[in-house]
Design a protein around this ligand. Sequence first.
Ligand code: FO1
Length: 317
Amino acid sequence: MIVALAGGVGGARLAVGLAQVLAPKALAIVVNTGDDFEHLGLTICPDIDTVVYTLAGVHNPASGWGRGEETWSFMHALRGLGGEAWFQLGDRDLAMHVLRTAALRRGVPLSELTRALSRRLGVRHAVIPMSDTPVRTRVKTAGGELAFQDYFVRLRCRPRVRGFRFAGAARARVPPPLYRLITGDAVKAIVVCPSNPYVSVAPMLHVPALRGWLRARRIPVVAVSPIVGGAAIKGPAAKIMRELGAERSAAGIARHYGPLVDGWVIDTVDAPLRGRIEALGHDVVVTDTLMPDRCASERLAREVVRFVYALARRGAR
Ligand code: FO1
């Protein structure tokens, strides 16, 4: 069994490829919840929904978030009433937020309702939130601290980033299905999907049970670089790295994760960096890591799985 750690859009793309290659009993997808927030009285979990919608094939392929074939009557009426309209909630997407909020208010754990709602959309692979208790990414900027969605959507990533903190991470409790995977021996490898290391993967690595699992692991961890040719494919990763003074390259990402990762999958444009990444003690596979469609996602997923099992056979740790 493989556990994939997935954040936003980039993570979802590889997750859908892995789900095409691996059967439901062979893959579990752990999702970042640091982007979650309360908005208009609704609890919104963007990364969970991006992964679930993409696996279900009902996502919006243009934006990567929200649903496809969406209508916007709710947003139109909301604007007309003077409501906060900076965060776009499509009419079909809204159903997910309303049902989740109602279930959470009844005390249903986030992991349980994620399983039920993803099943309703036909998703057969396990999509597990990193925590059943709230974790919120806070963005430290020159002008003060911002909630993640305020930074990412309302302010369009303009503020200069000085750092992040993950409120609630220290007391985060991994959901029972994830705890069973961490304490059992079914999991043979972990794949870190090409998500933003600072805002999509970092929250997961701040959850004590997850961090402890990766640190003490006897199984290989393979990561796909989210930085290709020095620029982030989606989202603010390259801008954040510039502002934090991190090297904006696949080698910089490998240094950022350090010993938490055994093997790196980097894009062909970054082949010249292979030696530097191997010098850090990592195994490296160089391939086309762009995933413009499901076929590309599946092809990359096959290469990642092959790499993972090669490291597992060799006993990477
Ligand atoms: N991102 C935007 O840039 N603008 C939006 O209006 C927006 C709405 C939205 C609604 C539901 C949802 O699940 C995601 C949404 N996102 C939007 C994306 C979201 O901010 C990001 O996907 C994650 O937080 C980072 O990956």
